[in-house]
Ligand binder design. Structure first.
Ligand SMILES: [Zn+2]
Length: 256
């Protein structure tokens, strides 16, 4: 176990060294946010194997969580935005959220078997502030990177590297285009629909969806549009533009 952690530490140190000289303000801010997490992650070590139901406290913007679980790095039709993000402990969620997300991926395999989905940052092992996010504190929030199609209309993956903050730094235009890539609105709509259905089967509702308001209009024109129209979308502008990812909160009742 120690050698695994040492190897992970070495890999992270190498990457940090490579990018320490980067002088872009955004990149500097990003690393400033995750550097303290590097230390914490290697001190706390891997999650406990025992799966005790999670207990969240407070709310997404001011909360914490006990017995959070880490999402798997990958599955048959999904993967995490970044292995480093996992090593830094930034992909923990409430156990009910984990169940909903994984059951939804299984549904997506049936309805869109050709599509690979990517989840983004979720939360820390014990919740609390996880910069640069303003919420993600109670284990009930997740980001999903937008699925895309290439110039031939085939499913593609977003380019993800430390240079583009593992996908978060990409900027799509108002038509959902980034170079030759175009947001796959049909798949996002299907994903939101399935998340909603699966959440209900687990006795939970979606509490909030954040996605760029202009791009959300295109979501409503998809086949699933009428069935996802009633979801609780954030009204107005979010503090950062949500074009390369969509954010979902689940309304799990949390203790004070
Ligand atoms: Zn988010």
């Amino acid at each position: 176990m120690a050698s695994e952690q040492e190897a992970a530490a070495e890999r992270a140190a190498l990457i940090l060294k490579r990018y320490a000289s980067a002088n872009s303000r955004l990149r500097a801010q990003f690393w400033a946010c995750i550097l303290p997490a590097v230390a914490i992650s290697f001190l706390t070590g891997p999650a406990l194997a025992a799966d005790i139901p999670s207990i969240c406290h407070g709310r997404p913007a001011a909360g914490r969580i006990e017995h959070a679980v880490q999402l798997p790095l990958r599955g048959p039709n999904f993967e995490a935005y970044s292995q480093l993000g996992i090593q830094l402990g930034r992909t923990y969620v409430h156990s009910t959220v984990r169940d909903i997300v994984l059951q939804t991926y299984a549904e997506m395999q049936k309805s869109r078997p050709q599509v690979e989905l990517v989840y983004g940052e979720t939360g820390l092992k014990e919740g609390g502030p996880m910069l640069p996010h303003r919420t993600h504190q109670a284990g009930t929030s997740l980001d999903f990177l937008v699925p895309v199609k290439d110039r031939n209309g085939q499913p593609a993956l977003l380019p993800r590297s430390p240079n583009n903050r593992f996908g978060y730094g990409l900027e799509f235009d108002m038509n959902g285009k980034f170079g030759p890539l175009r947001i796959d609105f049909e798949t996002i709509a299907e994903h939101l629909y399935q998340l909603d259905q699966v959440a209900r089967r687990n006795g939970v509702r979606i509490g909030l969806v954040i996605f760029d308001p202009v791009l959300t209009k295109q979501l409503m024109r998809t086949a699933r549009g009428p069935q996802i129209r009633g979801l609780p979308y954030m009204k107005g502008e979010a503090w950062i533009r949500h074009d390369e990812h969509y954010h979902v909160d689940f309304a799990i009742p949390c203790a004070p």
